[in-house]
Each structure stands twice: as structure tokens, then as C-alpha cells.
Design a protein around this ligand. Structure first.
Ligand SMILES: CSCCC(=O)/C(O)=C/O
Ligand SMILES: [Fe+2]
Length: 181
């Protein structure tokens, strides 16, 4: 099951867990209700049937695989810096973890960071317009499938992006309540 918690404000290595003291975990239900983030745990060794169902029901027509590690990702340091800048996208960010692990951080309603740990079999969907960022953990490796509807647009729009339509729409949905899917 997904492991998510509120983060502390310490400046130490972003790859550490950054728990509050004592730790404050966030349930999947609260994560979904407060942020609109969707999560499924698939069988990491036999994920195809379930993944196909989700792809077809949500219209994900594009997929590729990204490996993030000092050895595998060209311009690794620069890319990690970009991933960890707080940003939004105009579309969903959909990642299915194949190997390794990492952290997606998302802002909750109170603008506090929730850290979401991802490991193999985790399918995470961040809604368009949500402020978020990504970092590897101390193991320094993740391999993930990226999914998209149509031609992928990976452009990050760094905070502040409050005037963008995707952000306004996200804030509206957060106020009104995210619909059941
Ligand atoms: C595990 S995929 C790398 C992170 C990424 O693609 C992204 O867009 C973060 O916001
Ligand atoms: Fe992103």
C-alpha cells in the first residue's frame, strides 16, 4: 500500500525520508480527497492485464520508459534539479514504477508537502495543475513507465504558475471536491 507522510522543513539531503517527529502518515483516502492524486498497486511481476485496463479506461495511448540514475540518465544532475523544482504540468503526470524507488512530493490543501514513496508495482497519477516535485531516494535508482494521452508534453511550469488555466482548474476542483473515478 502507498506510504505517504507529511514532510519536515529540514534542509538536509532531499533523498532522506524527511518525516515529522513523530511521523504523520497520510492515508490513500486522504491523499485522494485532499490532492486528487490517484494510486493503484499492481502486481509488479504480472502487471500487464491490469495496466491495460487502466490504460484503455483512461485513454493512455503513449508510453515509454525512463531510468533515473547517475549511470543511466544523460545530464543526470541537471535533470534531477529540474525534477525537484516545484512545478505543475498542463496534463496528468502518470508513472508506473518498474524497478527501484523514489519520492514524489505534492502540496496538500494547506500548502504543506506530502511525500509519497513509490516502489515497484506503484501506479501514481498526479492531476494536471498540482504543485509537485520528484527526487530519488538514497538508493539513487528508479525505472518507471511514463504514460500519456496522445503526444506527450513533459514541460514543467515552475511555481508560481497560479495564472495558468491548468492550475486554476486544479484549485477549483480541490475546492469543489475531486470527482469519483
Ligand atoms: C520517476 S520519473 C522522473 C520524474 C519525472 O518525470 C517528473 O516529471 C517529475 O515531475
Ligand atoms: Fe512533474
Amino acid at each position: 500500500m502507498v506510504n505517504a507522510w507529511l514532510m519536515d522543513n529540514s534542509d538536509e539531503d532531499k533523498r532522506n525520508e524527511h518525516h515529522l517527529s513523530p511521523p504523520e502518515y497520510v492515508s490513500l483516502e486522504k491523499l485522494r480527497a485532499d490532492t486528487g492524486v490517484l494510486y493503484w498497486k499492481l502486481d509488479e511481476k504480472n502487471f500487464e492485464p491490469e495496466l491495460e485496463k487502466i490504460k484503455s479506461s483512461r485513454g493512455y495511448s503513449y508510453s515509454d520508459v525512463i531510468q533515473v540514475s547517475p549511470e543511466k540518465l544523460p545530464n543526470y544532475e541537471e535533470k534531477l534539479k529540474i525534477f525537484y523544482e516545484e512545478h505543475i504540468h498542463t496534463d496528468e503526470e502518470i508513472r508506473f514504477v518498474l524497478e527501484g524507488s523514489g519520492y514524489f512530493d505534492v502540496r496538500n490543501k494547506e500548502d504543506k508537502w506530502i511525500r509519497i514513496e513509490v516502489t515497484p508495482g506503484d501506479l501514481l497519477i498526479l492531476p494536471a495543475g498540482i504543485y509537485h516535485r520528484f527526487t530519488l531516494d538514497t538508493k539513487n535508482y528508479i525505472k518507471a513507465m511514463r504514460l500519456f494521452v496522445g503526444v506527450p508534453v513533459w514541460t514543467p511550469h515552475n511555481r508560481p504558475a497560479d495564472d495558468m488555466d491548468a492550475r486554476k482548474e486544479y484549485v477549483r476542483m480541490q475546492k469543489e471536491g475531486f470527482s469519483e473515478e
